[in-house]
Design a protein around this ligand. Structure first.
Ligand SMILES: [Zn+2]
Length: 554
């Protein structure tokens, strides 16, 4: 058998979950493809995928078993956790430190795992592929299903506004929440709520006048409301229909909005957002949500006992009846802005320093085979005093799960970003990265516990792009040659809790900040996700994959 294919029903269009028509054959389309390809999962609903024989027997068996024995209904909730810059180097670094070289992260317990191809376009025609992304274009691929160029917030390479997944889901009756340890105006959260040509046009004051250089320029006059645009990112968030936005970035909401009549924060209030600024604010809302959840349970119990089996959901289980149950609770929409900008990280190095260059001796400067080299002293990871009363990512995730559960009976989509895996790698600070990955783990544990209680919950974890940090030997394998062999990059040697030294290397450039890298990134899924995750996909396919998980098409 050289090749196999299957056809998907357009109505039910899911890879396995809704695969109402399954046709298997051989030798018809042998395209010589070694991996699973569907020319984009976004095209799944239209029909055809091709496997090479290598994958075919494995998947056909799995699909037949799943399709025939257990038809799966659409998910009620999708929790998408994004580790910014979280490639396998960053994951391995965190595993080594948090659980030891033979330990396992919560991520490692997830039953499904795929590889995601990160694709980026040049910003000038003919928009050729380039091989390293930024968070703006890679998250745009997830939020819109469209591949674009760096720095763009849900706009195409031709500067056309793209339809957001949050729009589709809100119109379909789902609640939507966005949580990040960055400013909520930062690229990854922003792509789910805004369309703008440059990621750094984060507030009304950054819309005009060249600020920054190149990719970092904040200048978007064409996006001013007066010029027919949608305004800055913070103004678009204030007007967004989403139910919950939590993170940093208060400084982007303090300026006057473009109209000059009110601050962006007041604009958000006028749109129905309740503003949260502290851990106490979070606790107060959680108490209110708990009380209203208890009241709802009591009234549901009273209703059931009063009306008996005649009105049980199963007796009235039509789509129309389900639709009539859809109700938006009176819990307010929430905008939490807990820090002026990016939230402080949990851990720093005991030296307080970032990675440093090894110091070769004078003799080694004369010839690479001579002299010796002094490596930076090993450090430990310690709590960051600046972290203070910063709300942990898990605390924000907990609030989001509680609030979104009450905003719509139909279900919700929640995006949670652990942002500083990336930002601390730019800064060459491995302890900051590890602490941020620990935060992601805590949020993932909450998400998985929620999914246990609500079986229709899909949990996905992925990264937007690779990062610079790389684990290298602490002591070169070529040391036996008797010559100094050391990295040309910057190094931080971290003493792990198991007593070894993990050498973290940063060597993408010699500038003040490291670069992203072009590696593919992982995608993890819980049991509910395992039914539809292919082994290899393009990042833009995640958009269609999430929509189809809800039973929606692109
Ligand atoms: Zn970055």
């Amino acid at each position: 058998m050289e090749a196999g294919f299957f056809v998907l029903s357009p109505e039910h269009g899911m890879l396995i979950r809704g695969c109402s028509v399954l046709v298997l054959g051989s030798g018809i389309w042998d395209l010589g493809i070694d991996t699973f390809r569907c020319n984009g999962l976004s095209h799944l609903n239209k029909g055809l995928c091709v496997f090479s024989s290598k994958w075919f027997s494995l998947f056909s068996a799995a699909m037949l078993a799943t399709t025939v024995s257990s038809p799966i209904s659409a998910a009620q909730n999708v929790i998408l956790i994004i580790g910014d810059g979280m490639d396998d180097q960053q994951i391995t670094m965190a595993r080594n430190y948090l659980h030891g070289a033979e330990g396992a992260l919560t991520l490692d317990s997830m039953p499904a795992r795929s590889a995601v191809q990160v694709i980026t376009r040049a910003s000038e025609p003919p928009f050729k592929p380039i091989y390293v992304a930024d968070s703006a274009n890679s998250a745009t691929a997830i939020a819109t299903g469209v591949t674009t160029s760096r720095g763009r917030i849900s706009t195409s390479v031709e500067d056309v506004d793209l339809r957001l997944i949050s729009q589709d889901l809100k119109e379909a009756g789902y609640a939507v929440g966005i949580v990040s340890t960055a400013s909520v105006t930062d690229a990854t959260p922003a792509v789910f709520m805004a369309n703008i040509s440059r990621r750094f046009c984060e507030n009304p004051g950054a819309m005009q006048g060249e600020q920054g250089r190149g990719l970092f320029t904040a200048d978007c006059p064409e996006d001013l409301i007066a010029n027919g645009g949608k305004g800055s990112i913070s103004e678009q968030i204030a007007r967004s229909p989403v139910d919950l936005v939590l993170g940093g970035g208060m400084k982007h909401f303090e300026p006057l909005s473009e109209s000059g009549q009110q601050t962006v924060l007041d604009l958000a209030r006028s749109q129905g957002f309740r503003i949260l600024e502290t851990l106490d604010d979070i606790a107060a809302v959680q108490t209110e949500l708990n009380n209203s959840a208890t009241e709802a349970q009591v009234s549901e119990a009273n209703r059931s006992s009063g009306e008996g089996a005649l009105s049980s959901p199963s007796a009235t289980g039509s789509a129309a009846a389900d639709e009539s149950r859809l109700q938006v609770s009176s819990s307010p929409r929430l905008l939490g802005l807990f820090t002026p900008s990016t939230m402080p990280v949990r851990w720093i190095s005991s030296s307080g320093e970032a990675a440093q260059y090894p110091e070769p001796s004078m003799l080694n400067h004369l010839h690479e085979y001579l002299g010796e080299v002094e490596l930076p002293e090993p450090v430990r990871c310690e709590p960051n005093a600046a972290y203070g009363a910063t709300p942990p990512l898990a605390k924000m995730t907990e609030l989001a799960l509680a609030q979104l559960s009450q905003r719509s009976d139909k279900g919700f989509f929640l995006m949670v970003e652990s942002a500083s895996i990336d930002k601390q790698s730019h800064a060459r600070r491995p302890c900051g990265q590890i602490g941020e990955l620990a935060q992601l783990e805590e949020s993932l544990q909450l998400a998985l516990a929620f999914a246990e209680q609500s079986p229709g919950t899909v949990v996905l974890v992925t990264a937007d792009h690779g990062q610079a940090a790389q684990i290298i030997p602490d002591g070169s394998m070529f040391a036996g040659y008797g010559i100094p062999v050391y990295t040309p990059g910057q190094l931080q040697r971290v003493i792990t809790p198991e007593g070894s030294v993990m050498a973290m290397n940063y060597a993408t450039n010699e500038f003040q900040a490291e670069e992203h890298t072009g590696v593919n990134v992982p995608l993890f899924g819980n049991e509910a996700a395992a039914h539809f995750m292919p082994p290899f996909l393009q990042q833009s396919d995640l958009h269609g994959l999430i929509l189809s998980t809800f039973g929606l098409s692109e």
